[in-house]
Design a protein around this ligand. Structure first.
Ligand SMILES: *[C@@H]1O[C@H](CO)[C@@H](O)[C@H](O)[C@H]1NC(C)=O
Ligand SMILES: *[C@@H]1O[C@H](CO)[C@@H](O)[C@H](O)[C@H]1NC(C)=O
Ligand SMILES: *[C@@H]1O[C@H](CO)[C@@H](O)[C@H](O)[C@H]1NC(C)=O
Length: 819
């Protein structure tokens, strides 16, 4: 072999040896990579070589992250053919075929790309790119031609830039397959595939069982899958034409993301967080039971807000009522009245849903919704239709045939129209108006009785919301969510008798009182079993208190997150309405932050942990919990601390939940707390998730400076804390805002980053402010941040809490706006 080396080759080898510490990223024909040697991509992002997964002793050729996260494998070549010793070797043939051989086996694995004709003036080379893609090029002096790439043969990982889907010309299909176990990369039972029958959608299989379905692309995102419109982290692209159908994502920032189908069947979206040196799950394929494929059977609709979750579509009834009652919904629903087809069938609109399975669908990109309706009417087996693309009022046509499967309620802007017998449709419309009348009567009758006032108060409120005209949402419009009855929410909670609660709190003794919550006093207590609890008691049955109480139950009962305070149970007894929470020993953040001695207990790492935890809690409210919730009263006083100083957001009395992407709303009543409310909310009563982002920014600046925004004075300037911080930032002196108590413990780069992010959050215009997802990622990543525009300048002097419905509001707000 050595004989073949020419002088030139010898020279190159020498160069490689000399530059050994900056490992090579490519290899030319007839060269080898032995077990123990590696290729490293140019920017040190990925490494290729032989490895043993988990506890296994087998050797595989794979690609893993190099710079970050040692040992996270993203691709494996010889998944099914492990090498049992260290004799493995990777070689590139002169014709561009990658081959692995070992001591006893001349071909353990091959890329199978041998058909290329290589002329005399060209050569082949294999290169590992910073994207994690291993490519084989054919090179001559003018250009590179791609012969083979590992991105075409994904394993369990989808990386940025990788196409997921089908090449209709070559028939190549790129899909994910799970590993068998953490120790065995061979193909397991799970796979995620872009299914191209009907309108394309992604299906998750376990063997022959369809587990889950990500709805089809609707122009904005995937139907039924939470997407952020202005995602600053990555963009998703869906391409469908006569040559190929695929989806692909590209990262917009320095964040490292991978999507993995785990060996036990979970699809996880993971982000690498440098600070904690770990992968964090940022989103998951299956979140709740309604994500399980066709839980409710044909013509059923699943909703996580209902209990039980399955109902039949309008005009349908359970096919098998016995099974249905026993919570077996598989056989689904059938029509109450069969279609007679053609003779004036109508369509019933179902709004805000994840559209049914499209495997038996037909589509046309250019047709309008009106043409779509005609097309559906014309074919007897067409059972429903809808727009293909929901942007700009909807365009394109999607027709469904036969059974409608796997439909769920979902907070998106997507509607479908289901076919119905004309008489049935008329009956439905009539009964709907009767139902509303009847409901009103019942509620008035019952409302006069005093039995469980809460339940009916909420029923009443729900009716009010339902009867309000829905503005179907695009742009700045919003639809208020019609909250289901609270019984369901209370179901999940433990009931406490008044006797138990009174006993736990020494009969609501003054000594046990630890504060005033949004709607009444809060007591500390201890249960029989020794658990410490916090008890919130709605003292007077004021309408405002009742509203807030009800809100708290609805919001928090369904939420579970380590950075939200946990509701353990409730007590309703005659006029007493009581909520029972986990007790947090360290009170609230303001108790420490604004006290000279106690603030010393909050060093920088604790404060950073509080900032980060609070951000994650809010992100959960805004996005991850599916019920999009706007807290509306975020402040340091509402951030409680457990014994390890972990933050937990509390007080959901003012929270509101919304649907749709543009979750903005107008309200006549301005509620919230002075110093934390955003300018658009204070001035116009307009609030959105961005008002919470604003409050978060204020909180961060208060945590860093140890000064209350509304109590801040600076010389003769009328700046508040925000204005002052921004001015310092402009001058490159933002560190000066930091409290002197942090001098010893601070990590300057982290402090500066937090201040910068906070300033982005408090920008005057809501649309300039980042979303909480971006905030969370900006806090922990290292990318360049945009320049913050001028913040809202408040000159808050009033220490009044601005709660709803009093004339104080107007007064306070005018003062707030006197710049
Ligand atoms: C390099 O290869 C390309 C594509 O195979 C070919 O069109 C081109 O003429 C080649 N250039 C030279 C200088 O051979
Ligand atoms: C889609 O609909 C348009 C307008 O009705 C029609 O001209 C076109 O041929 C249709 N395309 C297909 C593929 O059916
Ligand atoms: C109705 O649509 C189905 C599915 O595309 C098709 O097989 C059938 O031929 C159509 N029937 C008529 C009458 O067009």
């Amino acid at each position: 072999m050595e004989d073949q080396f020419t002088h030139a080759f010898f020279f190159i080898t020498l160069m490689l040896l000399l530059s050994d510490c900056t490992a090579r990223d490519s290899m030319s024909a007839n060269k080898k990579i032995k077990d123990g040697e590696t290729l490293v991509s140019e920017g040190q992002m990925f490494e290729l070589g032989f490895f043993s997964p988990g506890k296994s002793k087998n050797r595989y050729l794979g690609i893993w992250y190099k710079k970050i996260s040692k040992g996270t494998v993203v691709w494996v070549a010889n998944r099914e053919t492990p090498i049992t010793d260290r004799s493995g070797m990777l070689k590139l043939s002169t014709h561009g075929n990658l081959v692995i051989h070992s001591g006893g086996n001349p071909m353990v694995w091959s890329s199978g790309s041998t058909t290329v004709s290589v002329q005399r003036d060209s050569s082949v080379v294999v290169q590992l790119l910073d994207s994690g893609n291993l490519v084989v090029w054919k090179r001559n002096s003018t250009n590179n031609v791609l012969i083979w790439q590992s991105f075409d043969y994904p394993g369990d990982t989808h990386l940025a830039g990788m196409k997921f889907g089908k090449d209709l010309v070559t028939g190549l299909e790129r899909f994910l397959t799970s590993w068998k176990s953490p120790d065995d990369p061979s193909i397991g039972v799970y796979r995620n595939i872009m299914d191209t029958n009907g309108y394309p959608q992604t299906l998750g299989w376990q063997g022959e069982v369809l587990l889950a379905r990500v709805g089809p692309w609707n122009g904005v995102g995937f139907s039924g899958f939470p997407t952020e419109k202005e995602n600053q982290i990555y963009s998703t692209e869906f391409v469908i034409n006569e040559k190929e159908i695929y989806l692909k994502y590209e990262l917009k920032s320095s964040v490292v993301q991978r999507v993995v189908l785990t060996w036990d069947g979970k699809t996880l979206f993971l982000h690498w967080i440098e600070r904690i040196q770990d992968w964090v799950v940022y989103s998951e394929g299956i979140v709740d039971s309604c994500d399980r494929y066709s839980l409710c059977g044909p013509f059923g609709v699943c909703s996580i807000r209902r209990h039980p979750p399955c109902t039949c579509m309008q005009g349908f009834e359970p096919r098998n009522p016995e099974e249905w009652k026993a919570s077996d919904w598989v056989s689904g629903c059938k029509r109450k009245k069969p279609l007679n087809c053609g003779n004036g069938d109508g369509f019933w609109k179902i709004s805000r849903i994840k559209v049914p399975d499209t495997r038996r669908s037909w589509y046309n990109v250019t047709m309008t919704l009106a043409e779509c309706e005609i097309a559906c009417k014309r074919n007897c087996s067409c059972t429903g239709f809808g727009s293909l693309d929901i942007r700009n009022g909807g365009s394109g046509c999607l027709l469904w045939f036969d059974e409608l499967m796997d439909t769920r309620e979902y907070d998106g802007d997507q509607d479908i129209f289901i076919r119905m017998d004309a008489n049935e449709l008329e009956g439905l419309l009539d009964s709907l108006s009767d139902f509303n009348k009847m409901k009103r009567v019942i509620i008035v009758v019952v409302f006069t009785s005093l039995v469980v006032p809460l339940i009916f108060a909420i029923a009443y409120a729900c009716r009010k919301i339902n009867s309000r005209p829905h503005t179907k949402g695009r742009g700045d419009q919003f639809v208020e969510k019609n909250t289901s009855l609270p019984m369901k929410h209370l179901d999940d909670l433990q009931f406490f008798s008044l006797f138990e609660v009174a006993k736990a709190t020494c009969n609501f003794s003054v000594c046990n009182k630890i504060g005033e919550g949004g709607f009444g006093p809060v007591y500390k207590g201890a249960l029989e079993d020794g658990r410490e609890i916090a008890v919130k008691r709605l003292s007077e049955t004021s309408q405002q208190g009742l509203d807030e109480f009800k809100n708290e139950v609805i919001c928090i009962a369904s939420l579970q997150h380590r950075n939200l305070v946990k509701l353990l149970g409730y007590c309703i007894h005659q006029k007493e309405l009581i909520l029972i929470y986990e007790y947090l020993s360290n009170k609230s953040l303001d108790f420490f932050l604004f006290d000279e001695t106690r603030s010393l207990m909050l060093d920088w790492s604790k404060r950073f942990n509080i900032i980060h935890g609070t951000a994650r809690g809010i992100l959960y409210l805004h996005q991850d919990s599916r019920l999009q919730i706007i807290h509306r009263d975020l402040k340091v006083g509402n951030i409680l601390l457990d014994s390890d100083m972990n933050p937990k957001i509390s007080d959901f009395g003012l929270a509101r939940n919304f649907i749709g992407h543009d979750t903005t709303a107008n309200t006549k009543k301005v509620v919230g707390t002075c110093g934390y409310i955003s300018p658009e909310y204070a001035a116009h009563g307009r609030f959105s998730i961005k008002s919470d982002v604003f409050s978060f920014g204020v909180i961060v600046l208060e945590i860093i400076s140890g000064i209350k925004n509304r109590e801040f004075f600076h010389g003769d300037r009328s700046d508040n804390l925000l204005g002052h911080a921004w001015r310092l930032h402009q001058e490159g002196r933002s560190i000066e805002i930091m409290s002197a108590t942090l001098d010893d413990s601070c990590v300057v780069s982290e402090v500066l980053r937090c201040i910068h992010v906070a300033l982005l959050c408090v920008q005057h215009h809501a649309e300039d402010r980042p979303t909480m997802l971006s905030v969370v990622l900006m806090l922990v990543s290292e990318g360049v941040l945009p320049h913050p525009k001028q913040p809202a300048f408040f000159a808050g002097e009033s220490d009044n809490e601005v709660r709803s419905g009093s004339s104080v509001d107007e007064y306070t707000i005018t003062k707030l706006y006197a710049r």
